[in-house]
Each structure stands twice: as C-alpha cells, then as structure tokens.
Design a protein around this ligand. Structure first.
Ligand SMILES: Cc1cc2nc3c(=O)[nH]c(=O)nc-3n(C[C@H](O)[C@H](O)[C@H](O)COP(=O)(O)OP(=O)(O)OC[C@H]3O[C@@H](n4cnc5c(N)ncnc54)[C@H](O)[C@@H]3O)c2cc1C
Length: 465
C-alpha cells in the first residue's frame, strides 16, 4: 500500500454537529486541526431542517453554550435563526434555517483555522503495536493519505474510526436487535401558519400536547400557548382522528408522527419529519440505498396528505429534500463509561460531566410505535468524560451519535445540541492533550481542568437542574 503522509495535532473525522464543534474547539484552543468530511457540505444532519434539540430543557434552561451559542449567533447573521420554540408537547427546541446553518458551519470551522478536507472518506485506521492510533488513511480523488495525528476524534455518527481501531460496539435493541427507522426529511414552503394554528385550535386532538405537564395548566391552555407563539410547530399523532383515518384509508403510511418545524419565516417554510423504514442497517450501504424509492413514495404521499387535509398547507410545495437519508441509530461505541437510561431519566449529574443532555427518551419504533419519556422534572443530565473515550484505546475520542451509551440513553443524547456539547468537550480535551509533555493517553488530561476550560469558553456544565 502506498500513500502520502500528513501530520497534525488533532484529526476530526465527520463534519456533522459533533465534528464541526470538535474541530472548531480544538483549533480555537491552539491545536493544529484537520477535519475530514465525506460529503459535499459541513453540517451533517443539521442540513435537513429538523430543529436543534437538546439545547434547552423543558424547564427552559439552556443546557449548551460555547460553540452551540456561537453557531446560533452565526445563523442569526445569515437571517436563519428563529430561536427557541416550545412545542407544548415535551420540548423547547431551537429552530434554524438549514441554509443559514450551512453558512454558519463554514464560517466557524474555517474561521477557527481548521484545515478542511471535503469529499474525503476515512477508510482505514492504522494502530501501532502499543494500541495507539498512528493515523487514519483517507481517500479522495487525489488518492490515499495517511493523516497522522496525536489525537483522533471519531464524529462519523457510525463510529467508523472506532470500529477500524478494533473497539467494541453495540447496535440496536439489546433483545430483539431492532433499529430505529431511517427517515427522509423534506421541507415545504408557502405554509399559512395562522391557518394551520387555527386548525390545531379547532381540532386539538390531532396534535400531541402536554406530554411534559409543566408547559401549561391544561390542554386548552397549551393550544392557546401554541397559537399565541404564532409558529407552525406541529406534532400530528396517529391516535388523532385525522392521521388515524388517513392511515386506515391508505392515504398515509403508518407512522408515529408528522412533525412540522418552522425553518424560515421569509419562505414560510417548515421541515417535515415523518417518513420511516424501520430496522434498516444503515452501515450496509446497499441496504440503505435500496430504501430510497420507498422513502420517495412516502414523501410524495405525505405532501399530498398535508396539502389536501391540513388547512394552511393547500398552497405549500415541496421546497427541499434532506441531502441524505437520516439515520437515527447504528453503532454505539463502548467507552470507559456507558451512559444508561436510568442516568438520563433521573437527570444524573457526574463529577466528570463535560457536556449535557436534556432531550426526552425518544425511541422510534416501526410503523406507529414510538417510546417517549421525559427527563425528571423537565431538567438535564450530564454526559461524563468516559462516554467520549472508547475502551481499550489511548488517543481516540468519540463525539456525537456514536457516543458510549445504552440504547435508551443514546435515544436522547444523539440530538444535535448534545452532539455539539460533546464535540466541544472532545475538541478541547484533544487540544489540552497537545499541551502536555509526553502525551500518550487522553485519560491523562486533568478532567477538572477540562471542565474549567469548557466553562470559561461558555459551556453549560453546572448550575441548572
Ligand atoms: C430523521 C431524523 C430526525 C431527527 N430529529 C432530530 C431533531 O429534531 N433534533 C435533533 O437535535 N436531532 C434530531 N435527530 C438526531 C440528530 O440529527 C443526529 O443524531 C445528529 O445530527 C448526529 O450528529 P453527528 O455529528 O454525530 O452525526 P452526523 O450529523 O450524521 O454527521 C456525521 C458526518 O460524518 C460524515 N462521515 C461519516 N462517515 C465518514 C467517514 N468514514 N469519513 C468521512 N466522513 C464521514 C458524514 O458525511 C456526516 O457529515 C434526528 C435524526 C434523524 C435521522
């Protein structure tokens, strides 16, 4: 095998919400940083139009800061920030325009001095005899390059680098091995929000409300709160007569939700999160490719259903398809600590917490199946350092969807606010490792000093429920 060689302090693989946070934070903290991204754009799932969850608890406290807040400020500069929106169901989410999000990601990553390699796939991990990762072989049109790095951060979502390094992983449900569905998100422009909200007011039984009871004294008040907010944050459920009847009549496929989220006030645009095909192993590329046609049919069916059945959507048109099939669940890397469902639901705090989560437990099943549970008292939980350090490795960290967590904890920590928090923590840790003499193992960094640095740089780690 022949390849060129390049050296760096920190190599981040994957440019989604976790990877852009990791690379920017590593570079801002003085490390020479390379970010490798297989696709044509930075942002990963941020570019699909879904809201950024895991940034603000149901109680209304921000649970992320630092990189995430810089990112939202950059979205504002591109007129693409709607801001915190309450769904009066279970969540406070941050709504952004995915087009502005692309610009924000480019601004922050390049602005920090990261060397970015787009259109480049990481396909081999080189581990030396001591178990240290020497580097990652990446491939693009110019051929293969071994990028040698003191620390590698796996932000691929799928844990590709951890797998290449021989790390243990967990996949799907521990008992029946099922996987959450894959989804093709799409967007519709030309929505009359006022009419949609009037429809929710007239037929509130179609929309899930008050799964977190703290938002309003009763369902009537919740609907009024949603209408007063003036934004089409809608969550149609299959128990409601509208969707139930459409599924029975074959006008809609079985699904646990049609979630509309405002993306752009100027384009009167929403994203639509609804399509689903369950238990597709998304790391099997031929299987993933084979579901495109079915997802395409579901997009068409749902757009027609919304246009014909939801007042305010009559004139709306499909304005964008997500750049790729959305993947909720593949491999979870086994780390020094495995975050559990009990940890997240009880809002557990850890001495070595380096990021936070606050999203509900959120396991989509097949067809209309969906398990959702609130974090205790609408608060937050900590993600400890050990969830970012794969077992049996020395200079590898993970951040984002492939964190070390059981299936329940993963279903909440996988959201993009938490991914940015984990990315900031991993990138900052990798830069701090670079400041050490004789750095050999990422576990040698002083986690209390890491926490102090993260807080100095805006991260929210303490002081909230
Ligand atoms: C349909 C759907 C709806 C969701 N809804 C929400 C929601 O409403 N709010 C929310 O916050 N979260 C939501 N999530 C979850 C969230 O979007 C993801 O879990 C999160 O974006 C993962 O971020 P990440 O950075 O870990 O990975 P990604 O965003 O997937 O980024 C990974 C990046 O790594 C790149 N990559 C992968 N492998 C390689 C490789 N070998 N070499 C080079 N590059 C590579 C990919 O191209 C990609 O850009 C949803 C997910 C789905 C699928």
């Amino acid at each position: 095998m022949s390849w060129k060689i390049q050296n760096t302090d920190v190599l981040v693989v994957g440019g989604g919400s976790a990877g852009i946070a990791a690379a920017t934070s590593a570079a801002r903290n003085g490390a020479q940083t390379i970010l490798v991204e297989a696709g044509p754009m930075l942002g990963g799932e941020l570019n699909s139009g879904i809201p950024v969850d895991g940034c603000m608890s149901a109680r209304g406290d921000w649970t992320v800061g630092g990189f995430a807040r810089d990112f939202f400020d950059a979205c504002k500069r591109y007129d693409g920030y709607i801001g915190p929106v309450c769904d009066f169901r279970a969540l406070n989410v941050i709504c952004i325009d995915p087009e502005a999000s692309k610009l924000a990601a480019i601004e922050l990553v390049y602005g920090a001095g990261v060397q970015v390699l787009m259109y480049t796939f990481a396909d081999q991990v080189v581990v030396d005899s001591s178990g240290r990762i020497e580097g990652v072989v990446v491939r693009n049109k110019r051929g293969r390059t071994l990028i040698r790095a003191a620390t590698v951060i796996d932000a691929t979502g799928d844990g590709d680098i951890a797998v290449g390094a021989g790390c243990e992983t967990m996949v799907g449900d521990p008992v029946d091995k099922s996987l959450q569905p894959v989804t093709l998100v799409f967007r519709m422009a030309g929505v009359d929000s006022a009419k949609v909200l009037e429809f929710i007011r007239a037929e509130p039984e179609n929309q899930s409300l008050l799964e977190y009871p703290g938002f309003a004294p009763d369902k009537h008040a919740a609907v009024e709160g949603l209408v007063a907010q003036g934004l089409p944050k809608v969550f149609f459920v299959p128990e409601g007569p509208l969707l139930k009847k459409a599924i029975e009549d074959g006008r809609m496929y079985p699904t646990s939700l049609i979630a509309l989220t405002p993306n752009s006030l100027a384009r009167r645009e929403v994203s639509v999160n609804t399509t689903r095909i369950a238990s597709v192993n998304a790391t099997d590329t031929s299987k993933l490719s084979s579901v495109f046609e079915s997802l395409h049919r579901q997009v068409e069916m749902c757009a027609q259903f919304l246009q014909t059945s939801v007042p305010g959507m009559e004139d709306a048109v499909i304005s964008a398809l997500a750049p790729r099939i959305g993947i909720r669940e593949t491999r979870r890397v086994v780390g020094d600590y495995v975050l559990t469902g009990d940890d997240v639901l009880s809002g557990r705090k850890f001495e070595d917490g380096v990021a936070k989560g606050c999203h509900e437990l959120d396991i989509h099943g097949s067809e209309t199946g969906h398990r959702r549970e609130n974090i205790r008292d609408g608060g937050s939980y900590d993600i400890p350092f050990g969830c970012l350090v794969p077992k049996g490795t020395k200079n590898l960290m993970v951040a984002g969807r492939c964190l070390s967590a059981d299936r329940e904890a993963h279903s909440t920590a996988r959201v993009m606010g938490s991914c940015m928090g984990m990315g900031q923590a991993a990138g900052t840790a990798a830069a701090m490792a670079q400041e050490m003499n004789d750095y050999d193992d990422i576990r040698a960094i002083d986690v209390e000093a890491l926490r102090a640095r993260l807080k100095e740089q805006g991260a929210v780690l303490d002081g909230i429920l």
